[in-house]
Design a protein around this ligand. Structure first.
Ligand code: G3P
Length: 226
């Protein structure tokens, strides 16, 4: 199980990367434009924060397979480190996934709404697939069930493609896909912080400290004896 940050906000990425077990950063065109700055510079800043080892996912915007392939090569040439190219599962996208994967370019097949889209992408050689859980739910589907069925298909056919479940609006969705066979999730910063936000925890910590200080004195704020 790995956790990615679904954001291009450098300060939020810096914070989460310092405090949480983060495997890398995923972006998409909508996420990039929110930052309203030159995108290559933005990608380089993100790379500087997370280092060269962690994966950084960048999505193509071309319409044809040829354009997507050109963009993929451009991304990999311009950016140092471990980058993964995101390609939507359209017909043109599938062709690009097939051709690039044959050249060992790491691809995440994105904007996935159905198990068969994921299966096609996996058969075309995609390293990752990203089912859009909340967007599926909004279309009166069941995002968690789609993830579970993709996991079942990949297991039945022994496909090495990894599921990176995406598009979450609440912690319960993340919890449910983690139990449904998604090896990995990518989640927005606000939601990641909610993973550990449970009021009883800081309340207990505060009681522990008060009890300790009743015996050992309030001048000590930690265990270290000098
Ligand atoms: O990574 C895909 C994801 O960003 C889509 O999420 O919240 O726009 O549905 P959302």
């Amino acid at each position: 199980m790995r956790l990615f940050i679904d954001s291009a906000n450098v300060e939020q990425i810096r914070h989460l990367n310092e405090y949480y077990p983060i495997a890398g950063v995923t972006t998409n065109p909508s996420i990039i434009v929110k930052e309203n700055r030159p995108y290559l510079e933005l990608f380089r800043d993100i790379r500087e924060v997370i280092g060269n080892e962690k994966e950084l996912f960048i999505q193509v915007i071309g319409d044809t397979a040829e354009e997507m392939i050109e963009e993929a090569k451009y991304i990999l040439h311009e950016l140092p480190g471990n980058s993964v190219v995101k390609i939507p599962v359209t017909e043109e996208g599938l062709k690009a996934i097939k051709l690039l994967s044959a050249q060992n370019v790491p691809i995440l097949a994105t904007t996935i709404y159905t198990p068969l889209q994921a299966l096609m992408a996996a058969l075309a050689g995609a390293k990752y697939v990203a089912p859009y859980v909340n967007r599926i739910d909004n279309l009166t589907g069941n995002g968690v069930k789609v993830v579970a069925e993709i996991a079942q298909l990949f297991s039945t056919y022994q496909l090495p493609t990894e599921i990176i479940a995406a598009s979450f609006k609440n912690v319960q969705q993340v919890h449910d896909v983690c139990l449904s066979g998604s090896q990995t999730v990518t989640v927005g910063p606000d939601l990641i912080e909610k993973f550990i936000a449970f009021p009883a925890t800081p309340a207990d910590v505060s009681v522990f400290k008060k009890e300790w200080q009743k015996t050992y004195g309030t001048d000590k704020t930690n265990l270290i004896q000098s």
